[in-house]
Design a protein around this ligand. Structure first.
Ligand code: C2E
Ligand code: MG
Ligand code: MG
Length: 433
């Protein structure tokens, strides 16, 4: 397969033949009543390799990526069409649901996670995938490509590096993305955001010993905006670092309040992968810890496994600096990403959080129970604490207790709530003992 030797396509004119071929696929699908999924795969490392090692090396990586996609990610009827040397259109013919397209995207990411060797150096392709669906999200090829591009742009900054196109900022009811971004900017400036805290149960002691800080944005016009949409808006508006600094300060201030009741109380804080490229993150954490007189080991920073695999050098350095402050590190949504165990084992981690999709369904689906059991064993073998998310019933809690899980988080333990409510709950718990 040959890959056109052209710079990244900037506009649709550059990709006209691709648009035409894609339109042919859409026309076929319309006739047969099938749906099509378009995955736009971008390998950011190719540009860097061009600059550092020359175009020949960049060509080799481009060829390797295309080969892997063609031979291992796509099915017989699917099409691979490079838009440029670092951007590849994968046309899934058919993709009966968004779930199928997501599965394919996950497969692409796991194939492109390992490093490739060039003249004695190992480089990861640094991939991201944007997804758009036909006919649900666009009625023609250029519209579909444009939506996949939009999704890719979001995916680049998203913690999982995969994004399925959604109309800007979710179902905006006529309000465009810019409006979302402006309202979020104002909410940050005017301190109109809040943090809720979801209790975490220490299974051994039966006490709530920590909480996860979760962002809440209630806008006068938009109403309550889901946390992941707020984060996505912050990422696309370039506000994510500012927002994360606010989250860190607010969460550590609340930790100080919780520790007045329980001095060992811990607070977990989510961060985005783009925050790990922000070298100031450890500095802000340190400043907030000093301001509120909170010890580093009271704070747990949560990152997804995908985020850790991306831009490893920068991520590793930021994690090392956080560890130097005594802060603990946790892998969020564990089991859904595509981490290399070898790499994970090298990181200074303290905790794994098992993704709620496995935990919620563990009693109905034996497969999920097996996964949960294996993840608990894996965590313990690596000397990591393990937290199960999505504990929605007493029966699940009992099963996790039998499996030796350390902590439980979920609606059965407690829903995310205000600082005041959690303080009241902690006082009650203290008085009961
Ligand atoms: P996450 O970090 O995995 O957080 C857990 C999510 O699962 C929360 O949704 C929580 O409300 C929900 N959850 C907790 N227990 C249960 C349960 O038993 N059943 C079910 N079905 N759901 C449960 P939320 O608050 O909407 O947050 C969604 C995601 O948004 C978070 O996933 C995290 O990735 C992101 N996020 C939230 N706050 C922040 C933040 O301050 N910064 C960053 N970077 N991301 C955040
Ligand atoms: Mg989390
Ligand atoms: Mg999670």
């Amino acid at each position: 397969m040959t890959v056109p030797h052209a710079s990244a396509a900037q506009n649709l004119d550059d990709v006209n033949p691709v648009v035409e071929r894609l339109q042919d696929s859409l026309d076929d699908a319309r006739r047969t009543g099938e749906s099509i999924g378009l995955l736009l795969v971008h390998a950011a490392a190719i540009d860097r390799i061009d600059a550092l090692h020359g175009f020949d090396a960049g060509d080799r990586m481009s060829g390797n990526v295309a080969l892997l996609l063609r031979s291992k990610a796509l099915r017989r009827r699917d099409l691979l069409d490079p838009l440029s040397r670092d951007e590849f259109a994968c046309v899934l013919r058919p993709a009966s649901s968004e779930g199928i397209a997501m599965l394919a995207a996950n497969r692409v990411m796991s194939l492109l996670a390992p490093a490739m060797s060039f003249s004695g150096r190992s480089v990861t392709p640094d991939a991201a995938v944007g997804i758009a669906m036909f006919p649900e999200q666009a009625s023609d090829a250029s519209g579909l490509l444009q939506r996949a591009k939009h999704a890719l742009h979001v995916a680049r900054n998203h913690r999982d590096r995969i994004w399925l196109y959604t109309p800007p900022a979710g179902d905006s009811g006529g309000i465009d993305q810019l409006e979302y971004e402006n309202r979020l900017r104002a909410a940050i400036d005017q301190n109109n955001l809040t943090m809720h805290f979801q209790p975490q149960l220490d299974i051994r002691t039966g006490r709530v010993g920590g909480a996860e800080a979760l962002l809440r944005w209630h806008d006068d016009v938009l109403g309550p905006v889901p946390a992941n949409i707020a984060i996505k808006t912050a990422e696309s508006a370039g506000l994510i670092d500012q927002l994360t600094m606010w989250v860190i300060t607010s969460a550590i201030q609340s930790c100080h309040e919780f520790q007045k009741i329980d001095p060992d109380f811990t607070v977990s804080i989510n961060i985005s992968p783009s925050n790990l490229r922000e070298t100031d993150l450890p500095f802000y954490v340190d400043r907030a810890l000093r301001t509120w007189n909170v010890k580093g080991h009271s704070i747990i920073i949560e990152i997804t496994e995908t985020a850790m695999m991306v831009d490893k050098t920068a991520a590793h350095e930021a994690l090392r600096q956080l560890k130097a402050l005594g802060v603990r590190l946790s892998v969020d949504d564990f089991g859904t990403g595509y981490s290399s165990m070898q790499y994970l084992a090298q990181l200074p981690l303290d905790e794994l959080k098992i993704d709620l999709s496995f935990v919620k369904a563990m009693l109905e689906a034996p497969q999920n129970a097996k996964i949960v059991r294996s993840l608990i064993e894996l965590a313990h073998n690596l000397d990591l604490k393990v937290v199960a998310e999505g504990v929605e019933s007493q029966a699940i809690l009992e099963a996790l207790t039998d499996l030796g899980c350390d902590q439980a988080q979920g609606y059965d333990v407690g829903r995310p709530t205000t600082v005041a409510n959690l303080l009241a709950q902690l006082s009650k718990q203290k008085n009961a003992h």
